[in-house]
Every structure is written in structure tokens, then in C-alpha cells.
Design a protein around this ligand. Structure first.
Ligand SMILES: [Mg+2]
Ligand SMILES: [Zn+2]
Length: 213
């Protein structure tokens, strides 16, 4: 297999076992958050518009409640091994997420992982209230993402790892694509070349065997 210059990776449902944003809304937002989710699934609003509506529905939540939630986000059992492996190979690794930066930074901190680039939507939590900002929005994004993944890639040859809808704009462009869950299904239905995976253990094995990095 061809060598690549960088690895880009989704966060929710890829590094985490469940989508940490959706699980958060399930726990704290009124059921109306699902109406907005449905409009987004039907393509009537963009993922950015959806995020603004859903974050706007959140009730007041204390710092302690928020931290407790984030501390309990479940991570793929082999993600730390994966990080060790790619650090030993000195390959650039970047997390690209259409979710919340706060969840990602605090999770990486808990896992004692540093030196990783993160691009995500900026969740502001102040006086128990929430707000969302989109520092990496790109108005020409194919899928209207809050954080456009494809416009962040700078290398010619890169690998992408993902699980769902927020990955569609970048999945077709990757030289090597690891796909799980909905993204895997989408790739199968649309004849997009990909390597299926269940955990980061599979990814380490493929990278090692193929001498890709
Ligand atoms: Mg995802
Ligand atoms: Zn995009």
C-alpha cells in the first residue's frame, strides 16, 4: 500500500464509543432536540444550523455536572495504543470534529495525551449557559458542516478514520479510508474504497502490515 504523510481522524463515534454530542443532548436537552436532528437528516437544515438550535435548547448545567459527563465519555480500548504507535512513527495526527472542542480537549487531558492538533466547533460554557461558535466554518462546504473537514487537509497523501455523516466531505478524498458504522454502510452503498474497522486495534494492524507510515 502507498505511504501517507498524515492521519486525520473523527472524534464522536470513532475515538469515542458513542457520539458524545448526541448522548449529551439525550441526557440534558428537551426532546425537541430530535426535531432539529430530523430536519438535518432530511437535508432541510445544515449541521451548523442544527448545532445552533440544539445548543440553544440546553438548560443550565453546572460546571460539576458538565465535568462529570465528560469524564465518563467512553473511549475505544485501543486508542491509547494507537497514539503510542503513531507517535513512535512520528506521523502527523489531527482530530477533525463537527462536535464540541471542550469534550475533546478534556478527554485528551484525562487520557494524558498531548501534542495533538484538534479542529472542532467551540463550545462555550459560562455561568452555566452554553453557546457555540464555528471558528472553522467554510461556506462552500459540500455538507454545510460547522467544521468543514476537507478544507483542513494540507497533505497530498493522507489517511482518514471516521464513522458517519460529518465525514462525508472528506471520505472520498482520502488515500486510505478507515470506516466504521454509518460511514462503512455509506461507503458500501456508494462503492467508495475503504477498510472497515471495529476498533483502533484493527487500524494499527493494517498500518503495520501495509507499512503505510
Ligand atoms: Mg463521528
Ligand atoms: Zn466540508
Amino acid at each position: 500500500m502507498e505511504k501517507i504523510d498524515a492521519i486525520y481522524c473523527d472524534f464522536d463515534g470513532t475515538i469515542t464509543k458513542k457520539d458524545a454530542v448526541n448522548t449529551f443532548f439525550e441526557m440534558y436537552a428537551p426532546p425537541k432536540w430530535l426535531d432539529s436532528e430530523q430536519l438535518w437528516i432530511e437535508g432541510k437544515i445544515s449541521s451548523r444550523e442544527n448545532a445552533v438550535i440544539q445548543v440553544g435548547l440546553l438548560p443550565e448545567i453546572t460546571e460539576a455536572q458538565l465535568n462529570e459527563y465528560i469524564e465518563n465519555i467512553e473511549i475505544d480500548e485501543y486508542f491509547l495504543d494507537f497514539i503510542k504507535y503513531i507517535k513512535s512513527k512520528n506521523i502527523k495526527f489531527t482530530i477533525l470534529s463537527d462536535g464540541f472542542d471542550l469534550f475533546i480537549y478534556k478527554t485528551l487531558q484525562r487520557l494524558n495525551i498531548d501534542g495533538i492538533n484538534v479542529f472542532a466547533n467551540h463550545l462555550v460554557h459560562k455561568n452555566n449557559k452554553f453557546n457555540i461558535e464555528f471558528p472553522y466554518y467554510n461556506s462552500s462546504c459540500d455538507v454545510g458542516a460547522g467544521m468543514c473537514k476537507c478544507s483542513r487537509v494540507t497533505e497530498k497523501k493522507f489517511c482518514y478514520i471516521g464513522d458517519g455523516t460529518s465525514d462525508l466531505c472528506i471520505a472520498r478524498k482520502a488515500n486510505i479510508l478507515f470506516a466504521t458504522k454509518n460511514l462503512q454502510k455509506y461507503c458500501n452503498e456508494n462503492a467508495i474504497n475503504h477498510i472497515p474497522f471495529n476498533s483502533f486495534r484493527n487500524i494499527i494492524e493494517v498500518l503495520e502490515e501495509g507499512k503505510i507510515i
